[in-house]
Write a protein that binds this ligand. Structure first.
Ligand code: ARG
Ligand code: ZN
Length: 851
């Protein structure tokens, strides 16, 4: 059934205190809960405790066993006569059989929990909603040999040994929290220990817990944690509040990581790194996710969400914070380019498809389906716009006000916007539409020039989305600057144009020469921009704009225009792109990491997004042909870039990362050029690399080729890393992303490889998830890609509905393809919807995708 935002009602009963007692066992865990409940408001409604797949073994009220409870839809319903009571329940669960990885489950010999959003109800009966905040005490006992380490939220209170080789530990978390932040871990773990002294001089003990063999791979995560703690103090005035902070890495996890109070649990791919097994992108992602989860301690835990419709309150804000943090660690410009690329690759398609929803949705069937790029990444863009509108000082005043006002509360998006208004001294009435309207606004910009006057005509439209046929104009902060075509210099200061109407005209005086428009600089508003700037002006901006993002953007636009024309007309003039790339590639003032981003062609999927009907084969041909010509015409420049990017020894620094990135990009172009030595160069890089970035970069190039080195590299990579699950994931992904015509056959073969398993979400995503975004391979005209994905979804749904549901969206893009493909995509969706015993997770995604 459908849950609606406007149906929110305050809880009938509050639970100020919770005491849990776990007798841990992989097949038979006994959970006793003791809840102090207090009636909230004047009513005679019974106490309803959520449960999922739980059967009460015993129930008592105020110390007396009772039997007059009932079960309704999984809920335990108990009639209570007074205002406050003590409720005790007992249940039994089997972590080893929990394949959904929600609640208490087993992963590689450990027992761990995942409760957000609604996993706590799989552990014990409880009002499983984020506005019920409780103080937790947790006692657990377990076999000491199998589970020597026992962790939970908060601070350790006491521990001791028991007869029969068991032991126990007790933890107490002084901060009231919603149950989705509960966590417990038991296992044979070792810690990388360190400490951090907070801004008021309190010492916090830090621990990153992993299997003993992985300890050497935890230093990068620990460094990132300490940087995050210092950064949040300096930038937001946020201090850590407990005496310990623990992180545990687990191999089987439905998403990236989880911010449980004082005990973050991570997918091991966002903790473990060393040069031989992790790429620079992995290193960056680890730092970003460690920071993200740490930052949740304030934006999420101290101030939590009233209900799940407010999810972006904590996620959008926290993603913005982690983006700022990562930008401060290296190149801000490159970080912004990466974030915008992610937004365009994952959020724009969502916003223009059948699953479009505002960052504060109005309804859902299954909340897990709303942990989306819209809630997270578009949510972050909306906080970023507030930051742009307020400026850094007022923004800081406003966030201080927000944290002070709502500390210890379960808040709403409206509370956040109100604090931004009150603390920033601005009116955000119209801006609030960003919270309720879905769809990516489109802005048309046209610049004219007459005498000394420049006129910028702006027009915005917000496209219709499911359930929202009519849209209002939104408030868009657009950073604008003009450059002189002759002088090659700026003609005015950067200004922020606040576009609030459907149409507007901005007049800029004192413009004595032909101006060239630089707009939406820094991607100040998450919109699609259409302008009448031709190839020459775009090439000019790619060389002369003083905003690095705008330079990148001009180059991308030039490439996209060229490729879209090539697809439509069968051919296009490659000249302007080649000259612009040559200019960037040989610009001595630019750093390698920026060059590497700027000279990359837009992805096939992004080119497809610009077309009315996506033609995957024509896009592939057009892009390959431009790539080949870039390779041939600039061959010596690529060789120069390749050679100068050769580093001596591995080092993780912004400069060394940039060099490695450019090296693999240059290698890719050399291979595309058809240079006879390219495959040998690639194999030499592959075999001789002292780091995974170079090795995987070369593997990616070889996998797309036809040389004998291809099979050799694939085999050598497997042999070297077959015992390392995270690296084996890369092996699957590299092949799933192959641009060769036989990729479907290879992916099918890989899906019956002995190392492929549906039990591990990372492995599923590495093969099926990666293949589903390989536009040409997945959309092969015979429809085998669609059938393959549907098979995986149907099979996985029986084990892990949440991860299965995340694989559905690529099939929902059927409206964007020709009729024959659309038909086959719909058939695949229909087959999923018709599958017997389908979860509501997959049902919601597949049925909405059918439309
Ligand atoms: N709160 C976690 C984070 O963003 C993610 C939880 C995801 N939960 C889910 N049901 N998908 O850090
Ligand atoms: Zn988060």
């Amino acid at each position: 059934q459908v849950i609606r935002r406007d149906a929110y009602r305050e809880p009938d009963w509050l639970v100020p205190e919770t005491a849990l007692d776990f007798r841990l066992d992989s097949l038979q865990t006994r959970v006793k809960a003791r809840l102090t409940v207090v009636r909230h408001g004047d009513h005679d409604r019974p106490l309803r405790l959520d449960g999922d797949s739980l059967t009460p073994v015993a129930v008592s009220v105020d110390g007396r066993a009772v039997t007059d409870w009932t079960m309704e839809d999984g809920q335990l319903v108990i009639a209570l006569s007074g205002v406050d009571h003590v409720i005790e329940t007992e249940v039994e669960i089997a972590p080893e059989l929990n394949t959904q990885l929600m609640g208490l489950y087993a992963s590689g010999g450990l027992l761990c929990t995942q409760c957000e959003a609604e996993g706590f109800r799989r552990i014990t009966f409880f009002p499983d909603r984020p506005d019920v905040l409780s103080r937790y005490t947790v006692r657990m006992d377990a076999d000491k040999a199998r589970y020597p380490v026992l962790l939970a939220n908060g601070d350790p209170i006491a521990s001791g040994d028991l007869p029969d080789g068991r032991h126990w530990a007790e933890w107490h978390d002084p901060f009231p929290k919603p149950c989705y932040l509960f966590a417990l871990v038991a296992g044979d773990l070792e810690a990388n220990r360190d400490s951090f002294v907070t801004m008021t001089g309190r010492k916090v003990d830090l621990g990153i817990w992993v299997r003993a063999a992985d300890l050497p791979k935890t230093d990068h995560a620990m460094a990132a944690l300490k940087l995050s703690m210092a950064w949040d103090e300096a930038m937001y005035g946020r201090e850590y509040d407990l005496d310990v902070f623990n992180i545990v890495a687990v191999a089987d996890f439905n998403f990236g990581a989880m911010e449980n109070k004082g005990l973050n649990v991570f997918n091991s791919r966002y903790i473990l790194a060393d040069p031989d097994t992790a790429t620079d992108m992995d290193y960056d992602a680890i730092a970003g996710v460690v920071a993200h989860e740490y930052f949740h301690n304030w934006s999420g835990n101290r101030v939590t969400c009233r209900d799940w419709f407010q999810l972006s309150l904590k996620e959008g804000f926290t993603v913005f914070r982690d983006q700022q943090f990562s930008g401060d660690q290296g190149s801000k410009a490159v970080k912004r380019i990466e974030d915008v690329r992610t937004l365009r690759a994952s959020q724009f398609p969502e916003d223009s498809g059948p699953l479009a929803h505002p960052i504060r949705p109005e309804s859902y069937m299954e909340i897990s389906n709303f942990y989306t790029a819209t809630i997270y990444n578009k949510g972050a863009e909306i906080v970023r716009m507030i930051h742009t509108i307020l400026g850094p000082e007022k923004f800081r005043a406003a966030t201080d006000l927000y944290f002070a006002r709502h500390d210890g509360e379960a808040a709403t998006c409206e509370d956040f916007v109100k604090a931004m208004e009150d603390g920033g001294g601005v009116d955000l009435s119209q801006f609030r539409l960003w919270y309720s309207q879905a769809g990516t606004p489109r802005v048309k910009a046209a610049l004219s020039h007459d005498g000394a006057t420049a006129r910028l005509k702006l027009e915005q439209t917000v496209p219709a989305t499911p359930g929202q046929p009519e849209k209002q104009p939104m408030l868009l902060p657009l950073k604008v600057r003009l450059f002189g075509a002759q002088s090659e210099a700026p003609l005015c200061d950067e200004r922020i144009v606040m576009l609030s109407a459907a149409n507007d005209e901005i007049v800029i005086e004192g413009i004595e020469e032909r101006p060239i428009l630089s707009i939406n600089r820094g991607f100040s508003a998450p919109v699609v921009l259409e302008s009448d700037r031709g190839a020459a002006d775009l090439a000019f901006l790619s060389a002369h704009d003083d905003d690095p993002f705008a330079r990148y953007e001009a180059m991308q636009q030039l490439m996209v225009d060229t490729l879209v024309r090539a697809v439509a007309e069968g051919m296009a003039d490659h000249g302007p792109v080649i000259e612009a790339v040559r200019g960037t590639l040989t610009d001595k003032a630019l750093d390698a990491s920026f060059i590497a981003e700027a000279v990359l062609l837009p992805s096939e999927a992004f080119i497809g997004d610009q077309m009315l009907v996506v033609d995957p084969d024509a896009i592939n041909r057009a892009r390959d042909s431009l790539r080949a010509e870039l390779g041939v015409k600039l061959e010596s420049a690529w060789r120069g870039a390749y050679d100068s990017a050769q580093a001596n020894r591995f080092e993780y620094s912004p400069a060394a990362k940039g060099a490695r990135r450019l090296k693999s990009v240059a290698l890719g172009y050399l291979a595309a050029s058809g240079a006879k030595d390219a495959a040998d160069l690639a194999y030499a890089q592959f075999a001789g690399a002292d780091n995974m970035t170079d090795r995987q970069g070369a593997l990616g190039v070889l996998v797309n080729g036809t040389s004998g080195n291809r099979a050799k590299a694939i085999e050598a990579f497997y042999d070297r890393y077959q015992d390392n699950a995270l690296v084996l994931d890369k092996w699957f992904t590299s092949q799933a992303l192959s641009t060769r015509a036989d990729v479907m056959d290879e992916v099918l073969a890989l899906s019956s490889h002995p190392d492929f398993t549906l039990a591990n979400p990372n492995r599923v995503r590495a093969l099926a998830g990666a293949f589903s975004v390989n536009q040409r391979g997945f959309h092969g005209a015979d429809g085998r890609g669609y059938a393959f994905l549907a098979d995986i979804i149907i099979a996985l749904d029986k084990l892990n509905p949440q991860t299965a549901a995340k694989l559905v969206p690529p099939l929902g893009r059927w409206r964007r393809f020709d009729e024959r493909r659309a038909e086959k995509m719909r058939a695949a969706l229909q087959r999923i919807v018709d599958a017997p015993g389908l979860s509501k997770d997959v049902f919601e995604q597949a049925s909405k995708s059918l439309g």
